[in-house]
Ligand binder design. Structure first.
Ligand SMILES: NC(=O)c1ccc[n+]([C@@H]2O[C@H](COP(=O)([O-])OP(=O)(O)OC[C@H]3O[C@@H](n4cnc5c(N)ncnc54)[C@H](OP(=O)(O)O)[C@@H]3O)[C@@H](O)[C@H]2O)c1
Length: 355
């Protein structure tokens, strides 16, 4: 476990780096993503941050506040409907107009609907699109820019340690859909996509992050999504148990953001490549005293694969026998091929809105 004071001291060291860390955030208009963006603004030396979101008005208000935290920082809002693969492609084209490299990609858009399976106009279940497919599309498009960073890192804030079984014939959970099954499948597929990307891009490190219990809008939005017979049973905890739970059990989004920024910058989570004379580094900030390199999801002869399942204390999740079994069965390639197939279908879908 890495202490909060070590995490904060590590983040403070970012001020001593040359200016201009470039970070892209999806989901930073609220919650853990916003907390991470605030921490970057607070600690980094003149960073440039891209905020992908769906409301320019909301983002402008946030950017005004972030500018007060760090007047030397640059914040650029890019508008798009993140649940749509076509919009993700357009968002990436915009980012590529401004940047030739990206250091940190932090993804946290998420929403769990109690209203059952709902598809985007491209035919992907919406929660899965936000938690998994659109995030992977964003990552895939930005890999060439990440490759050009001296310390590229990708973080998907989701549910490491809460992976669940996959049905190879129904990875999109079309049959017998339920939100828990789908969320757990999204977590498992995140591990396998990251492992496949790490094989192709060994200079990048990839972290699937479980932030713990954080007092964000996430549960409130979930309860608010209830309708019909579920509406009343959802409103009661929303205004009684949830505020108490948030107050007593959850860390704040700002603290969660500090913890996530540590994950994004420390040498505790190096990529698989030994850099040698390439000029690249294992992270922007050296590990705190007494803190070792974390255990990757796959270790061979003491060498990691550059993929991590990490919690808010920067500890990695326990080895999971189900994931090991899936690896032996070649699930990584199955998930990768499936995901590319879903992108192709989404791109060819007639969405009727000019997309
Ligand atoms: N909070 C926790 O305790 C907790 C625990 C474990 C895992 N997580 C995971 O962490 C991630 C982030 O959660 P959070 O707590 O930070 O949630 P949050 O405060 O509700 O923030 C969610 C973000 O997702 C965006 N979003 C929601 N629905 C969207 C949609 N339909 N299209 C585009 N963007 C959408 C929101 O954008 P708008 O501002 O436009 O709404 C916001 O930026 C989620 O994947 C969640 O599963 C959270």
């Amino acid at each position: 476990m890495v202490s909060l004071s070590d995490i904060r001291n590590s983040n403070k060291s970012l001020q001593d780096l040359p200016p201009g860390i470039v970070a892209v955030f999806a989901g930073a208009t609220s919650g853990v993503g916003l907390g991470t963006l605030k921490a970057l603004a607070k600690y980094a030396n003149a960073p440039r941050a891209y905020m992908i979101g769906r409301s320019k008005a909301k983002a402008s208000h946030l950017i005004d506040k972030l500018k007060l935290v760090n007047p030397m920082a640059t914040f650029v809002f890019i508008e798009g409907q993140f649940s749509l693969i076509k919009d993700v492609d357009k968002i990436c084209d915009e980012i590529k107009k401004f940047e030739t490299h990206i250091d940190i990609l932090c993804m946290s858009p998420g929403y769990i609907s109690l209203g059952g399976r709902q598809e985007t106009p491209e035919g992907i279940e919406t929660d899965l699109a936000l938690q998994f497919y659109s995030r992977q599309r964003l990552l895939m498009n930005l890999l060439p820019l990440l490759e050009r960073s001296s310390s590229p890192r990708v973080i998907s804030i989701l549910a490491a340690g809460f992976e669940g079984p996959l049905n190879k014939d129904d990875l999109e959970c079309r049959k017998n859909y339920n939100l828990i099954k789908a969320s757990r499948a999204a977590a498992t597929m995140t591990d396998f996509m990251f492992e496949e990307f790490a094989k192709q891009h060994p200079t990048i490190s990839f972290i699937h992050h479980y932030p713990g219990e954080v007092g964000t809008h996430f549960l409130d939005n979930t309860l608010a999504s209830a309708s019909g017979l579920l509406w009343l049973p959802a409103q009661i905890p929303r205004y009684t148990i949830l505020p108490v739970y948030t107050h007593l059990m959850c860390i704040t989004p700002d603290e969660s953001g500090e913890r996530t920024l540590f994950l994004a910058t420390t040498t505790r989570f190096p990529p698989t490549t030994d850099h040698g004379t390439t000029g690249k580094v294992d992270g922007f900030v050296d590990r705190p005293y007494g803190v070792g390199v974390a255990r990757s999801t796959v270790m061979k002869e003491g060498k990691g694969n550059g993929v991590y399942r990490a919690n808010s204390n920067a500890e990695t999740s326990k080895v999971n026998k189900m994931l090991d079994q899936y690896r032996e069965e070649g699930m990584g390639k199955v998930v990768y091929d499936h995901t590319i197939g879903v992108f192709e279908k989404a791109l060819s879908a007639e969405t009727g809105n000019g997309n």
